[in-house]
Design a protein around this ligand. Sequence first.
Ligand SMILES: [Zn+2]
Ligand SMILES: [Zn+2]
Length: 276
Amino acid sequence: MKNDSFELKFWGVRGSIPVSGPDFERYGGNTSCIELRHGDRHIIFDAGTGLREAATALAKDGVRNVDIFFTHSHYDHIIGLPFFKAIYDPNVSVDLWSGHLTDKTTTRELISQFMRPPWFPVEPDICRATMGFRDFSAGETLKPHPDIVIHTARLNHPGGCIGYRVEWAGRVIALVYDTEHVEGQLDENALSLMAGADLVVYDTTYTEAEMPKHLGFGHSTWQEGIKLAKKAGAKRIALFHHAQWRTDKDLDEMQREAQASFPGAFAAFDRQVLVL
Ligand SMILES: [Zn+2]
Ligand SMILES: [Zn+2]
């Protein structure tokens, strides 16, 4: 029987650094990691600390093929990779994808530069899985499997960042985070990724009040996300990449305000599952 479900699971919704403690219990403290399941395929976007738990779930489901796409290589998006059990499993194949950013670092170099002493005890050659290293340039359209199309575009972030638009069986998810908006100017790349999307995952690290003190940090606000979502005709928007100081109470409040201006808005939390 053909499995045509398209499911998104948030394994990590926090930005910059993981957090824990009583103030962060409901939304969670893991950094960026999103899993898409389309049919029998598993695609992961970013290897933040949320990837550790995703690894356990994938192993339990007996998943043998995984693709991981990086938006960029800041620590909060890569630090979970050495703890992704699948890379040590000879029965699994893992393809890692990254877009060229401001330099020409390849995906293979990116991994071997951070996964080695003195930063980590072992080097990538310890991986027993069949590892694929794939490079692309922002703007390319990717087809990791015959039935899925992934459009890419450059976002506005220090050192660069890739935004993704994933299309499968008539459904669209846009991942637009680790990006800063320019006041009074809707980002054309963000709009094209988000056009008519069923779901947008957007960088809402800061509030409008916090934004002036964080110009150049490469992040955005829920207000900007909603402006973009409305203009792009998107149905829902997940507030994502929560600031490390944003407590459960703060996020409840942010969600309430965002929903008042766009009913399809919600604040993403760790282990949240959405079926599209
Ligand atoms: Zn980040
Ligand atoms: Zn970043």
